[in-house]
Design a binder for this molecule. Structure first.
Ligand SMILES: [Zn+2]
Ligand SMILES: [Zn+2]
Length: 254
């Protein structure tokens, strides 16, 4: 299994792209502006998109992906998400006003887009890979994902503030190889982090201090311009712990 980081910033600017992970060549986890890194051929090979939540930075590449390669593919892209998340996409994006309803065109029988609802904890198996939604604690309905292949698993928090289920799962997942967890704001913006239900370094350090030390931890969704400060605050709070900023175009293979 291969996971390529297409975007992992909390925003844009320069080389920054927002959240999108490519699992092998056919599964996207979120469809933020990182999707724009893909060539036309790579876009056309995406058969499944698993959305964590409906915020713009996680979905903005999806309408354009469908429009760019929908006609060439000959089969729909399946968009997976919690029922509430898919309903928001139907109501507010694919509503003919912001973008066409690709679940009905070119025809309802052979559309560019097919919706598939997910339930937390219920794995979707695709060949040798499985994608399992995990709980998240955010201002809109949201999940993270556990990605598993024959060589082990990677846990991705999605956008979230501190919540126990993430750490219970991380601590009990056999063959866990990597943890990707968000830290959106520096400590000085703790109030904003709490109001918007995101992690800040103090909160993540408190949770990580009880987490098994052998698993590499990768930080995602850093606020543009505050990357260095957030990582410095994490390193100061977690001496000796393997915690690094996730990098765009980083590739995990296991
Ligand atoms: Zn969000
Ligand atoms: Zn976000």
């Amino acid at each position: 299994m291969q996971i390529r980081v297409l975007g992992c910033s909390g925003g844009i600017g320069g080389d920054r792209h927002t959240t999108a992970l490519l699992l092998d060549d056919d599964i996207l986890i979120d469809a933020g502006s990182g999707v724009t890194r893909l060539t036309l051929d790579e876009l056309a090979r995406v058969d499944h998109v698993f959305i964590t939540h409906s915020h713009m930075d996680h979905i903005l590449g999806l309408p354009l992906l469908l429009d760019s390669v929908g006609a060439e593919r000959g089969r729909p892209v399946t968009v997976h998400g919690l029922p509430e998340v898919l309903q928001i996409l139907m109501d507010h994006i694919f509503n003919w006003r912001i973008w066409p309803d690709f679940a009905r065109i070119p025809s309802p029988h052979a559309p560019f887009l097919a919706y598939q609802t997910l339930q937390p904890g219920q794995a979707v198996t695709l060949d040798t890979r499985s994608v399992t939604p995990i709980p998240a604690h955010h201002v809109v309905p949201a999940c993270g994902y556990l990605l598993r292949g024959e060589g082990g698993g990677l846990l991705f928090s999605g956008d979230t503030a501190s919540h126990e289920a993430l750490w219970t799962l991380a601590g009990s997942t056999p063959d866990l190889r990597h943890l990707i967890v968000e830290t959106s704001f520096p400590n000085a913006l703790e109030d904003l982090a709490r109001a918007s239900l995101h992690y800040h370094p103090r909160a993540l350090a408190a949770d990580l201090s009880a987490f098994r030390p052998d698993i590499p931890v990768w930080i995602t969704h850093l606020k543009p311009g505050s990357e260095r400060l957030i990582m410095d605050e994490l390193h100061a709070a977690l001496p000796g712990r393997q915690v690094e900023a996730l990098r765009e175009e980083q590739v995990f293979r296991f």
